[in-house]
Ligand binder design. Structure first.
Ligand SMILES: [Zn+2]
Length: 591
């Protein structure tokens, strides 16, 4: 369908950001001119009036830039074949690099100030919009070295090189074989692999699995050397900056205590019996003599497709999210009725779904609604992001509104889980219940256990390097294989190929990132359980939604009742997984 054939009620109103292309051009020139103004503050940030003026200019220009970029980019996402918006998006990108270059002095100049000077600014009420920012400068300052040392470190422009090498290997060098699928030959690719592992025929899954690892095994020495280099690099930069290891440095940057990481790994380990139970249920449900590692992705139940109109789907979301309170629900209706959401697919439109927007305007949601069950959850998920932004933008000043990655997937997952639990308890249709329960279980499996296993692997690899143990194909693969055995238990055959799985995970080159997926779902499920049990906790959750980036993400979650540095939330979530497993087992048993 062409975009102009779609009913206006399914389109977002980007005019709410900038009213038309002409005004965009005006704003662009204005912004460009203001960027020239930063020079005047260079070398003067120790003085309160200069610093305040400079920070205010930075907020003003930052907000203008957000508007320019969001408008152009979202116009481009409507239909990428319109050259005009591709051009405007590129120009906005050019502007941000210019802005970055003109303002890079601010942070380094502030970091060179004495702590007492920074403290003076922080306690000055004129700086109240910037106090958290300045506290962060002061916190990070501890790990900034002498000018000469920093200069030497700044000469390093090969920080991302190991990731670059792995990307080359992974995208260009790995030579995937062709396998047979129902008499037809299919070339294995990264994309087709996940589809093939969900194939109903175990022989197809086996061929895909063995084919995939035969390709990686041919390059395994190169990949091990690349990963070893990456781990050494992480630990090196950590030590240079006065951290004990790469994990500590990475979590310090997130402003998250290392106890979070340790308790996640510890608690999941303590509750692996639930994962083992899930694996044995999978074996039973699939009716296979031997369950292999390549049988982990095939759905254990048939898809129960709802196939409903967008209007019906939205009503289901409203119904499912009722525990969020009247105000939240009425804002969801506002989102639906006043042009926050771009619903339908059209030629040239960006695929997938997201929520985005700029401060000062309501958030936006892009969908490609096609009526599947998954699409209903996508509405709930993206609206979770949108409402998080809506409340944070409404409650915080510009400089404290943006929330960090550590909490970014909490509100979206809260909505998904809330809707899921509502539908599970409401539906009388057995096939539907089974489908929803297994949908929920898969969220735990992929987001909680798998990512925690990855987190444990990268922690171990970095520890081995610190102890001076060589990181080789054998040591890395043995480590991974042991973890795999521990996590999946005895109901599955630990096929030898799986020992090389670490070699195909791109995320390992952004070390200590994946644990955030696991803490995200843990926080979300804890919050939902809390909201359903105790409606009074809604006020606490609203505070979370409204907090933006006004505190460390860890503290914001503590305020919402989730202390990830303790084992309690993980234990509660593992129990929820166990309870869900039991429900599914009962449904399947009655068949
Ligand atoms: Zn999301």
């Amino acid at each position: 369908m062409k975009r102009n054939e779609i009913d206006a009620k399914y389109k977002w109103h980007l005019e709410d950001i900038v009213d038309g292309d002409d005004n965009w051009e005006k704003l662009f020139s204005e912004c460009e001119e203001l960027i020239g103004g930063f020079k005047a503050y260079k070398g003067k940030l120790g003085k309160a009036d200069s610093l305040l003026a400079c920070l205010k200019l930075s907020s003003r220009v930052g907000l203008m830039f957000e508007k320019l970029f969001c408008y152009a980019r979202m116009r481009k996402d409507e239909d990428a074949s319109v050259d005009k918006y591709v051009g405007m998006t590129d120009r906005a990108m050019g502007l941000i690099s210019k802005l970055g270059a003109e303002t890079s002095f601010i942070e380094s100049e502030l970091a060179s100030l004495e702590n007492y000077q920074l403290m003076e600014f922080i306690s000055d009420s004129d700086f109240s919009d910037y106090d958290f920012y300045l506290k962060e400068v002061m916190r990070k300052k501890e790990h900034i070295l002498s000018e000469k040392e920093e200069k030497l470190l700044a000469m390093n422009n090969f920080d991302g090189q190991f990731q670059e090498i792995f990307t080359m290997i992974n995208n260009l060098e790995v030579d995937f074989p062709t396998i047979k699928v129902g008499g037809e030959k299919v070339k294995l690719t990264h994309g087709s692999y996940s589809v093939l592992l969900a194939n109903k025929d175990q022989r197809v899954r086996k061929a895909a699995f063995e084919g995939m690892y035969s390709a990686y095994k041919k390059l395994i020495n190169t990949i091990a050397a690349t990963y070893a280099g990456s781990v050494k690099k992480d630990n090196y930069y950590a030590k240079v900056r006065g951290f004990s290891d790469g994990m500590q440095k990475s979590l310090y940057n997130d402003n998250v205590p290392t106890a979070v990481y340790k308790n996640l790994v510890k608690s999941v380990n303590k509750n692996l019996k639930y994962v083992h139970k899930y694996v044995s249920l999978r074996k039973k449900a699939l009716h296979v003599g031997t369950l292999h590692m390549y049988d982990m992705y095939v759905p254990i139940v048939k898809d129960a497709e709802l196939s409903v109109s967008y209007e019906k789907a939205f009503d289901m979301v409203l119904e499912g999210l009722k525990p969020m309170g009247e105000e939240y629900i009425s804002m969801l209706k506002t989102a639906r009725d006043t042009g926050w959401i771009d619903v339908m697919e059209n030629e040239g439109k960006r695929s997938g779904a997201y929520s985005w927007g700029s401060y000062g305007t309501h958030p936006y949601v892009l969908l490609n609604y096609s009526g599947t069950t998954h699409d209903i959850f996508t509405i709930a998920h993206e609206l979770g992001h949108a409402m998080h932004s809506y409340y944070s933008n409404k409650s915080q000043v510009y400089d404290k509104a943006g929330y960090q990655i550590f909490v970014a997937e909490v509100a979206s997952t809260v909505n998904e889980v809330m809707l899921l639990k509502h539908l599970i308890s409401e539906t009388n249709d057995k096939a539907m219940r089974i489908f929803l329960l297994s949908y929920y279980l898969d969220m735990f499996r992929t987001t909680l256990f798998r990512q925690t296993m990855f987190a444990e692997f990268e922690l171990k690899a970095h520890e081995m390097e610190l102890k001076g143990e060589p990181l080789t194909v054998k040591s890395l693969s043995d480590c991974y294989y042991e973890l795999n055995k521990k996590y999946y238990g005895r109901s599955v055959r630990h096929d030898d190929e799986i020992r090389y799985e670490w070699a195909r995970i791109p995320h390992f080159y952004t070390a200590f990132y994946v644990y955030k997926y696991a803490t995200g779902i843990t926080s979300a499920v804890s919050i939902v359980l809390d909201l359903l049990k105790n409606p009074d906790s809604l006020a606490r959750y609203k505070r979370f939604l409204s907090a933006g980036g006004s505190k460390s993400p860890y503290e914001i979650l503590v305020d919402a009742g989730v202390d990830l540095a303790t084992t309690a939330p993980y234990e509660a979530v593992m129990k929820e997984f166990g309870d869900t497993l039991e429900l599914l087992e009962k449904e399947l048993g009655e068949n």
